[in-house]
Write a protein that binds this ligand. Structure first.
Ligand code: ZN
Ligand code: ZN
Length: 365
């Protein structure tokens, strides 16, 4: 695949910075055009206009698979033209509206990017992740690939400044994994097979290792990802293009995996072959247009439990606690750190699997 993300930069980078430095009320940030392209623009730094607005000076923001999809040609994920994308941000509160009580200027915050309505039938049942009237920071409203983000206070979670910046930046994807993992009852020692050794699959792997899993087995077809999993200390990395994955998982586990995670989104039929009898399958990856056939007989005959999981239900407090306790270091996934002007390069590195996770660092000082 090729990345057609382009910048229309009205000035040199140096020129933009000079301009920004001479105009402290402005910041340069890429704005999404309608066709999955970006355009660098110099804009005024936003000021709180709503009582619950919080202005965050962004330190860094991770590039997510969602961003790759938004910037694909044609786009594979919807986003509102004109917005700033990016949702895996960490930053410092620098201004706030009068109604904000739980955050102070100087607080370190991370972003829970889905703003649910609180009023629809699903929100009223406590199923916030199924809200039918939500906004998403970085997809439908302005996000964090910018020196400054304005967000309502309820989208921000305070995190201790002692958590390294690059661990905090992975709060949102880690929260998705936390929300998914907690749906499948887990016992210490469970053997876990994870299909897809990209950033999400490896976050699941880190999380299960922290929880006390037995063997953790990653399955992928990309040599870069398989090697990465082994370098992280995972127990096995299986190349699905080269071996019979089900036979290999059985050889490694005896009966098959206690828990299987599909972090890809179209591997359901493979996943049910890797689970032991009575095991559990977590479906996490999303491929809206794939509709692979599934052998229903296997699920029934071998008593499998299948969990469809979407972004997690209230995973944020536990995710903060995990990061603050330093139980795992998601920053181990970060292979590249680039300035905002090289966002397109970062997207290309991830799309071509030359990078595991790219962080964009904001350089306004
Ligand atoms: Zn993300
Ligand atoms: Zn709702």
């Amino acid at each position: 695949m090729s990345c057609d993300t382009q910048y229309v930069i009205p000035n040199t980078r140096y020129g933009l910075r000079t301009h920004a430095q001479s105009n402290p009320n402005h910041h340069a940030r890429p704005r999404l055009l309608g066709d999955g392209k970006l355009e660098m623009q110099l804009r005024p730094v936003p000021r709180p206009t709503q009582p619950d607005d919080v202005l965050v000076q962004i330190e860094a923001c991770g590039i997510c698979g969602t961003d790759l999809n938004i910037l694909a040609t044609p786009p594979a994920h919807k986003a509102t033209p004109g917005i700033i994308i990016g949702h895996e941000g960490v930053g410092i509160v620098v201004d706030r509206g009068p109604a904000v009580k739980n955050l102070a200027i100087g607080d370190r915050v991370v972003i829970a990017n889905r703003l649910t309505c609180g009023k629809c039938d699903y929100c009223r049942r406590g199923l916030d992740n199924q809200c039918t009237d939500y906004q998403t920071i970085g997809t439908t409203i302005d996000g964090a690939f910018a020196p400054y983000l304005m967000a309502p206070a309820r989208a921000l979670w305070q995190i201790d400044p002692s958590v390294p910046r690059d661990d905090a930046a992975l709060f949102e994807p880690l929260a998705c994994a936390v929300g998914s993992v907690k749906r499948a009852p887990f016992q210490p020692g469970d053997n876990v097979a994870i299909i897809g050794a990209g950033p999400m699959g490896l976050l699941f792997a880190q999380l299960y290792r922290t929880l006390g899993a037995g063997k953790i087995i990653l399955i992928d077809v990309a040599p870069y990802r398989l090697e990465f999993a082994l370098e992280m200390g995972m127990d096995a990395a299986i190349d699905a293009s080269a071996v019979d994955v089900a036979a290999e998982v059985k050889r490694l586990t005896g009966l098959g995996a206690d828990i299987v995670v599909d972090a890809v989104g179209n591997q359901f039929n493979q996943a049910i072959k890797l689970a032991r009898r009575g095991g559990q399958v977590i479906l996490f990856g999303i491929r809206p247009h794939d509709n692979p056939p599934v052998n229903q007989y296997t699920i029934t005959r071998y008593d499998l439990t299948v969990h469809g999981t979407f972004v997690g239900l209230h995973p944020f407090a536990q995710t903060i606690q995990l990061l603050e306790a330093r139980r795992l270091q998601p920053s181990a996934l970060v292979t590249h750190r680039l300035p905002l002007t090289e966002l397109a390069k970062g997207v290309e590195l991830m799309r071509t699997q030359q990078a595991m996770k790219v962080l964009i660092e904001m350089d306004i000082r």
